[in-house]
Ligand binder design. Structure first.
Ligand code: RBF
Length: 347
């Protein structure tokens, strides 16, 4: 009789373990451990795009010596119309504690995906969105970086350097138009140049994608023919076409976000910096420590140390005459200490 009771109890016990209730208990335990799974969603292709290469590098370096942190890098490719569907499928697996991504179009996409998956958290750099408690964003102050790169471009176009012509005309080649470009990056570049000479004009052209180096090269060529002697380029891998053309025809480049002097030595006369790798590593450390402030949006710039300029490179020193470097260093110092001030335009 006793034996029968024990075997009935044993059967119930096994059934309980197999039941959804038992399984849920096991799952809860797994969630309570200290492992973290991060999806790094690259909205494009990493190679050739400074913000993407550095996001991937930062995430991989952070995870490298931590057994409890796993990073999956997903490159979504150039078809922007598919990004939301791609992200939805990845989030639907329920595998990721946090989605990390970068670029100003991501908040809207993540907001829509997040509505379907209310437990999913998103952290987005190079973007601004406040008040969504599934989302944390950090915006680089690109108006500020463009302001000082524009000032340097202004000094060069107004100079008597070898490839600087009589015209006060600077150029900007972009892959596509988007609010951060139209409202911060472009106006910052022209405002900076006009602090050197208010008559400076801007020739702005759009490639139409983030990979066509030949089109970028053709645009640069026709702009040089039209009097442009210095360029800014926001074009991912397509920027290679601009480096090629300025080297062949003789013109200069100031580059955003990354040290690119060696892409066209003597022609790339200025390189800004964007500390995306550093920020990504800090973000992931916050994720692991549970200190991410979801719902919050922060702007990071020169003062906070997340944008800057590569002064130290010997190619910078050899590419520009001393008087231009001195004037530029003094401008940067005044921008840093607040004696040059500006109002950040609305996005
Ligand atoms: N920047 C890149 O370097 N490569 C890209 O493929 C790229 N794709 C973008 C797609 C969209 C829809 C938007 C809004 C921006 C993209 N950017 C890209 C720009 C990037 O976010 C950033 O503004 C610039 O790289 C300047 O820092």
């Amino acid at each position: 009789m006793n034996n029968r009771i024990y075997s009935v109890l044993a059967v119930f016990f096994v059934l309980f373990l197999l039941s959804p209730l038992g399984a849920a208990g096991v799952k809860e335990e797994a969630k309570a451990d200290d492992s973290f799974s991060v999806l790094v969603f690259v909205p494009g292709v990493a190679a050739g795009s400074p913000p993407y290469e550095t996001m991937v590098a930062g995430a991989n370096e952070f995870a490298q010596d931590k057994e409890n942190v796993s990073v999956k890098v997903y490159e979504a490719g150039f078809n922007q119309a598919q990004w939301e569907q791609q992200l939805t499928s990845l989030v639907a697996t329920g595998e990721y504690d946090v989605v990390l991504s970068t670029n100003p179009s991501l908040p809207e996409i993540c907001e829509r995906v997040g509505e379907k998956f209310p437990d999913q958290k998103f952290i987005i750099t190079d973007a601004y969105a406040e008040g969504n408690d599934q989302m944390r964003t950090y915006l680089y102050n690109q108006y500020e970086q463009s302001l000082y790169l524009g000032y340097l471009a202004g000094l060069v176009t107004a100079s008597d350097m070898e490839f600087a012509n009589e015209n006060l005309k600077i150029g900007f080649i972009a892959s596509q138009e988007y609010p951060l470009l139209n409202n911060h990056i472009l106006p910052g570049f022209l405002d900076g140049a006009r602090l050197v000479n208010k008559d400076i004009e801007l020739d702005f052209r759009v490639i139409g994608n983030w990979f066509d180096a030949n089109k970028a090269s053709d645009l640069a060529s026709s702009m040089i023919d039209g009097g442009v002697d210095i360029f800014a380029v926001i074009a991912g891998g397509a920027a290679q076409g601009v480096f090629k053309t300025v080297t062949q025809k003789g013109a200069y480049v100031v580059f955003h976000d990354k040290n690119e002097y060696s892409a066209a030595p003597g022609y790339v006369v200025g390189s800004g910096s964007m500390e995306q790798k550093k920020l990504v590593m800090e973000i992931l450390s916050d994720v692991v420590n549970g200190t991410v402030e979801y719902g919050k949006a922060t702007v990071v710039g020169l003062e906070e140390g997340y944008i800057g300029f590569h002064f130290e490179d010997p190619l910078y020193v050899s590419s520009l005459p001393q008087d231009i470097r001195d004037e530029f260093a003094s401008f940067m110092e005044r921008l840093r200490n607040g004696s040059i001030s500006y109002t950040l335009p609305v996005l």
